[in-house]
Design a protein around this ligand. Sequence first.
Ligand SMILES: Cc1cc2nc3c(=O)[nH]c(=O)nc-3n(C[C@H](O)[C@H](O)[C@H](O)COP(=O)(O)OP(=O)(O)OC[C@H]3O[C@@H](n4cnc5c(N)ncnc54)[C@H](O)[C@@H]3O)c2cc1C
Length: 466
Amino acid sequence: MIETERIRHLNDRRVTAGAGFVLYWMQAAQRAIDNQALSHAALEADRLGLPLEVLFVLADYPAATVPHYRWMLGGLRECSSTLRDAGIGFSIVRGDPLAMVTNAAIGAAMVVCDRSPSGWSVRLRASLAASLDIPVVEVDGESVVPEAVASSRQEWSARTFRGRISGAVDVYATTPPLPVPVPRRAAGTAGMAGDDKLFSAYDSPMAHAYSGDRSPLQSFAAVSGTSAALVLLERFVLERLDRYDADRNDPTKDGTSGLSPYLHFGQLSPVAVIRAAKTAGGPGYPAFAEQVVVRRELCRNYARWHPLDVDSWEGIPSWSRSTLEAAARDRRAYVYTRANFEASLTHDAYWNAPQEQLVRTGTIHNYMRMYWGKMMLAWSASPREAFETAVYLNDRYALDGRDPNGWAGVAWCFGLHDRPWPPRPVFGTVRAMAASGLRRKFDADGYAATWAPDHLPKSALESTIP
Ligand SMILES: Cc1cc2nc3c(=O)[nH]c(=O)nc-3n(C[C@H](O)[C@H](O)[C@H](O)COP(=O)(O)OP(=O)(O)OC[C@H]3O[C@@H](n4cnc5c(N)ncnc54)[C@H](O)[C@@H]3O)c2cc1C
């Protein structure tokens, strides 16, 4: 059984007689195991005596790079064969999601979808539910503590949110794993009109999308797919969880899990992650649970309450916008454009290094991500421009980007989920960061040397140095 608090009916239609299948529109949860929406759809299919069909719609996501698509499709290919082996139909199509799902739902008894807090996907599911004459149900499988239980309001800090959910984490962290469902009635071999060639749609050599685009440089160490995610999770829990609290803020150590891309694409369930970590226990567990549940779900809470401006300047708290706007005329030591930042062309080796790491590998260590965001605020012409540059670069290059964690992570650099600090030039009362802090915490020079952008022509630098 799936916890009822994860399930929400988006319309009040009834199942009509004569339907041929149950449709699961897979979007956020791109996996065959520990997938609450998939399992719920399979239970409904069995209850109605129908087969289960899964649909994935490959839609345009302009911020993403070709390597991101390639990575996602690798995971989907694995997922599709696991599902087909279990007698579940899987179709991948390309186009406008609303039109494609509406078309695929012809003849279906009901549609089950993934809950995701981002405004555009909430609006999409609402339109679907309003236009179809069959039940449309969403299942919240991407949070450990379902949104409906966690909080009914916008949370202002980790402290308040932690207090609300801490009791519930243990409950959901001990729920049993959900295996690949095997519906009693297997789907026919014909299935829906999908096109498996789409799994390779991004395999051909790629061109630069615009002058200054560095995405052709990207190659990711992480192997895509649920099997690879489970191996990584097991290794992390066995080898690094105990030292997580001690090592996680040192970018020169392999101290964190590396799971964020798998969580972002839904190749791994957050419940599976917390279950494995809790079962192992040990000294690192509380700090890890704080990140993977409290911090991650606080970001999802932010997305839920900012359906229209989660990734924009207007979304950040009014106190931080006011203080940053008041400090906008303060003299900046350096002023860089988005193109300078994108090309890792600042004067600061500590800033260029995480930008290089981001461009080349699709990841930045969390500690350097904070410095990376804060320094764009320090060295852009205006705080709004800094915010937009940071969102742009994070969404464009991060494998785990285009995610509530990313939008809220950038917004944190500009005051979200934080409190006012003693005033400083340029930052106002938003918390500042400085290179000296990096050197105190770890071998910042070693890190900068590892990711030095030595291949770049310094002549391209267009900064104004007062
Ligand atoms: C400017 C900025 C941008 C960011 N952009 C993203 C992004 O696009 N996507 C993304 O997933 N995270 C983002 N983060 C949060 C954090 O940096 C990453 O989640 C983390 O570095 C991922 O590495 P990991 O999986 O090894 O993390 P671990 O330390 O192993 O943590 C486990 C999981 O907990 C969650 N988590 C960890 N730290 C945070 C955090 N600070 N806030 C919310 N959740 C967290 C992630 O899901 C992560 O996979 C951003 C943070 C900042 C400051």
